[in-house]
Each structure stands twice: as structure tokens, then as C-alpha cells.
Design a protein around this ligand. Structure first.
Ligand code: ADP
Ligand code: MG
Length: 250
């Protein structure tokens, strides 16, 4: 850790965190620190707890033990803290979750207008800015059903950015896409990374992890088994389960 990073507030700090679904322990003793500008890729077998982990970061799920602090805000029962954190954290899901009865532009302006109380014209200007950024401004007047999966996912990213998040969480954003559309979404995410966005990305796209991540976190059975820079993760995985996983996905 450099002197500068020692004094900065982590974007996300998770310490000794555990979570249960009923009697089933889904996350065990998770320690994870994400500094501003970090790009983390989280991978691991299906059912290892990746979605649950990132859903805990914006309190879509509650943890039972340990602490989660997002940009200095402690996540606990305090609903004001939860609201504050949700304003800072954008989330993109495997299923794009766009509102089918709203146009692309309306999908992007809804939350800024209702949550942030922006004027219609300001919200539309901002939406167009981000639709340009994800390279589909010409789709603004269409409905989600008229767009390809890749385009819809880029709208979902633009919609999140319209809320000015400081951190973006992605949960397998390309897993529901046809192969030819994966690249356009990964390219959009790469642009975002290059602009310095703090990102936590659950993905099995190991090429993206190599190119874009500065750390890869490997999870298995609710635990973080290994976390390393991509060169080390891919070239010198230490844990047998990591090796097994890499043999399957590479
Ligand atoms: P991943 O994203 O790595 O595939 P998940 O976080 O979705 O893993 O799930 C981890 C484990 O928790 C799985 O065994 C899954 O069946 C279980 N699980 C997920 N959501 C729930 C839930 N709402 N209630 C009970 N068990 C759940
Ligand atoms: Mg998942």
C-alpha cells in the first residue's frame, strides 16, 4: 500500500463478513478492500456466492456478521445509510431489467427525475450524454423490446451512470447475451474503466479480466480463496480449486 492510498477512504471495505440464508452459510468471513479507481473481477464456480457478495454491497441482501463500509458509510439497520449508499452505487444485472413500457430515454431519466429531482430537460441532457458514451444515442426514442440484448445492456449501463454513481457493480453482465454482442458490452465497460470508475465485476470473461482488472478475486463455497493481480492469478494460481476452475474456463 502506498502512503497516498493509506490515507484515502476505501470505496468498499468488507471485514469479517458472513451471511446465512436460513441455516445455510452462503458467505464466510469475507475480507475485501476496494480503493477508488480499483477494477476488481470476481469469479468462481456457480453457487459460490458471487451474486450474494455484490448484492450485500448495496444492501439488496443483508449480512449478519462483520462490517461493510461503502465510501465511509457503514451498512447496518440505518435506512438513511442504505439510501445514501444506494445513491453512490450503480448496479447492472445479467437480465437488463429495463422498464419495457418506457422508451430508452425515459428509462434513463426516470430515477434522476424522481430520486434526484432533476428537471426534465437536465435529466434528458444527461441521459443523451451517457447514451452517446455507450454509443447508442440514436436508440433514445425506441422501446427496450426494439433493441438487441447488447444494446439493452448498454442502456442499462447508461441508465446507471445517469445517477452519477461513484462505484459500479456488475453481475455477469454478458452472460445472457449472444456471443456477437458480448464484445460491445465489454468494450463499454472497458471505456468506463479507462475513465477511472471504481468497478466490481462478476464475470467469467477471463479475457476482460486480463485486460481490465487490476485484481482478480476467486470465490469458492462462500469464501474468497485467492485474490491477485491478473498476471499472477492466471500464470501462478496457488489454490487447487483455482487451478481446477481455470482449467474449466480457459
Ligand atoms: P453465484 O452468484 O456465485 O452463482 P449466489 O450468490 O447466487 O452464487 O448463490 C450462492 C448460494 O446461495 C447458492 O447455493 C444459492 O443456491 C444460494 N442462494 C442464493 N440466493 C438464495 C436465497 N435467496 N435463498 C436461499 N439460498 C440462496
Ligand atoms: Mg450469480
Amino acid at each position: 500500500m502506498t502512503a497516498a492510498s493509506a490515507t484515502r477512504t476505501p470505496a468498499i471495505r468488507i471485514e469479517g463478513m458472513s451471511k446465512w440464508y436460513g441455516a445455510f452459510q452462503v458467505l464466510a468471513d469475507i475480507d475485501l478492500t476496494v480503493m477508488p479507481g480499483d477494477r476488481l473481477v470476481v469469479c468462481g464456480p456457480s453457487g459460490s456466492g458471487k451474486s450474494t457478495l455484490i448484492r450485500c454491497i448495496n444492501r439488496l441482501e443483508e449480512h449478519q456478521e462483520g462490517t461493510i463500509t461503502v465510501d465511509g458509510i457503514r451498512l447496518d439497520e440505518n435506512t438513511r445509510n442504505i439510501d445514501a449508499v444506494r445513491k453512490e452505487v450503480g448496479m447492472v444485472f445479467q437480465q437488463f431489467n429495463l422498464f419495457p413500457h418506457l422508451t430508452i430515454l425515459e428509462n434513463c431519466t426516470l430515477a434522476p427525475r424522481t430520486v434526484r429531482r432533476m428537471s426534465k430537460s437536465d435529466a434528458e441532457a444527461r441521459a443523451m450524454h451517457y447514451l452517446h458514451k455507450v454509443r447508442i444515442p440514436e436508440q433514445a426514442g425506441k422501446y427496450p423490446g426494439q433493441l438487441s440484448g447488447g444494446q439493452q445492456q448498454r442502456v442499462a449501463i447508461a441508465r446507471s451512470l445517469c445517477m452519477d454513481p461513484r462505484i459500479m457493480l456488475f453481475d455477469e453482465p454478458t452472460s445472457a447475451l449472444d456471443p456477437e454482442m458480448i464484445k460491445e458490452v465489454l468494450d463499454t465497460m472497458t471505456d468506463l474503466a479507462q475513465e477511472g470508475m471504481t468497478m466490481v465485476v462478476v464475470t467469467h470473461e477471463m479475457g476482460f479480466a486480463r485486460r481490465v482488472a487490476d485484481r482478480v478475486v476467486f470465490m469458492d463455497r462462500g469464501r474468497i480463496v485467492e485474490q491477485k493481480p491478473p498476471e499472477d492469478f492466471f500464470n501462478a494460481p496457488e489454490h487447487p480449486r483455482t487451478k481446477l476452475f481455470l482449467d474449466q474456463v480457459l
